[in-house]
Write a protein that binds this ligand. Sequence first.
Ligand code: WTA
Length: 675
Amino acid sequence: MTEQSDAPTTPETPEAPHDPQATQGLENLLTEDRRFPPSSEFAAQANAGADLYAWANADRPGFWADQARDLLTWSTPFTQTLDWSDAPFARWFADGRLNAAYNAVDRHVEAGRGDRVALHFEGEGGDTRTLTYADLQREVSKAANAMAALGVGTGDRVAIYLPLIPEAVVTMLACARLGAPHSVVFGGFSAEALSSRILDAEATLVVTADGGFRRGNPSALKPAVDEALAKGAPSVRHVLVVRRTGQPVEWTPGRDVWWHEAVDVASPQHEPVEVDAEHPLFILYTSGTTGKPKGIFHTTGGYLTQAAYTHLNVFDLKPETDVYWCTADVGWITGHTYVVYGPLVNGATQVIYEGTPDTPHRGRWWEIVQKYGVTILYTAPTAIRTCMKWGEDIPAGFDLSSLRVLGSVGEPINPEAWMWYRRVIGADRTPIVDTWWQTETGAIMISPLPGVTATKPGSAQVALPGIAADVVDDDAKPVPNGAGGYLVVTEPWPSMLRGIWGDPERYRDTYWSRFRDLYFAGDGAKKDADGDIWLLGRVDDVMNVSGHRLSTTEIESALVAHPWVAEAAVVGATDETTGQAVVAFVILRGDAAEAASSDAATVQETLRTHVAKEIGPIAKPRQILVVPELPKTRSGKIMRRLLRDVAEHRQVGDATTLADSSVMDLISAGLARPA
Ligand code: WTA
């Protein structure tokens, strides 16, 4: 039960911006002089012009109030914009009322756009489904009625553990329709991780599937739900199960209900529940620097405003003609904001794809772009780097000429990958928007505007109109151009997290105590000579593997929960494809250590599998190194910086603050010996 470990909620303050990689990279970053201004044709037709900055700067709250009125339909209009009197707890548009699902679905149907395609679903095996906005309205209403019949009321939490199939989108919107906050748990997380999230949110319903398709095979989901609930989950009354793969499932009568039996027969009429703007829309768990994931929660009015605004302006969406595709799973914030809420509130037509990019062949994504005529593509640097590795002749085999805007998210994009993306996928023509944001920020914060900004490969560049971000030093002073420090947000924004579920103090400690009155994002950043922002990766103990956030502490807790392990230290080591990779250093217990000396491979494999079981396959260490000691300061803090040097095969840096300075020699000597 690692995630239940009651690790103290210490303020998640960073060491100094310690990443030596970052400093080395700075030279290159600051000499990057390639610029890609938008073409005059693109600029002329763009949704957002330079005037958007002036408008927002003139009156920031007023600007957001205008966006909220223009982009959303309110059942009760708001008269207040921002209440920051109880900072850092923000209230936006607080006396307004609305429903998120109504905004994402019904109003488009009412406006005569019911025939527009909302979702082109592409299953991994090639099965497809098309849902128009009218279809979506019917499906969401039926699901809302079925869930209400299972006892879900306004304010109840619903856990969602589904593959990327239309039912995932439908279930999220059905929750929104009822005012029942959803907590989506990525299907790649383990039963253990699912259990702790269900318990923390006290979910009353779990929506899952028998399984999904992954690399050509059915991959079960229901057994993880059964296992999670067997650990005890007093709040859960029902499990609603979508039949996707047809694989056999265990059944608990009275608790388990088939989707096709409950939803298909439900009435397609459902009145959306009007909620306050500050009513919680969802909880999404993300890794912090302690062992316990944080339930980040977002509310309705402000979140939807910024989701719609950013989606419209950053991607230059033209809802009548664009075909938009964000490759994220709905288990991550990118899937919440840029698969579900942003695009649907804007009435977009989009593609969702269930599977992996290389099933059944490495051109699958490009085949999908060609098939649906995708015009806007939003993906992660790790995927771009993987495609680079596979070779450019693969995308060259498909017609990608429909593309007109490319987006990147989740981790810093290195200039080579940026250039490749633009040249090979974008035919040297499409603007690239490198978008910086977080689960906590809810929506994009820093990004070029495609019709305005002369883009620079590798830089997210500027805060969006309406957003105030800066880079500060240890004393919270803005750094001059050319210098580095910590990224902060200096003014509240509509889609900001409203807190950590059930733990307001941890919210204050984590984000608002490092620099008083400034939101501390946990990222290191630099300003270049023009004042543009370059993101340099995390400065805390959070790793970013393939754009997924993982906590070093959480993986360490999982490792020490294994009977063989006495102590563990985990670092994120630079990896060419995944950005960072998990490397674990473990000290084995006496008896296990003896066995390990003869069979290191078994120890490694056992521990890797153990981590996958405790957290999920995404957290599996790339490497596990058995060591006799760990480098610690006199106060007992593990010096991960030194371990990172070892993991990245660098000369070990300054070790003078170690309690025992010979430890690094011991570690290096041990690793040099063949296992
Ligand atoms: C990183 C994902 C550089 C960053 C939306 C942040 C980025 C963390 C970028 C949040 C980017 C995200 N450039 N780094 N464009 N986008 N990050 O919560 O370290 O999964 O703090 O949200 O990803 O990850 P999360």
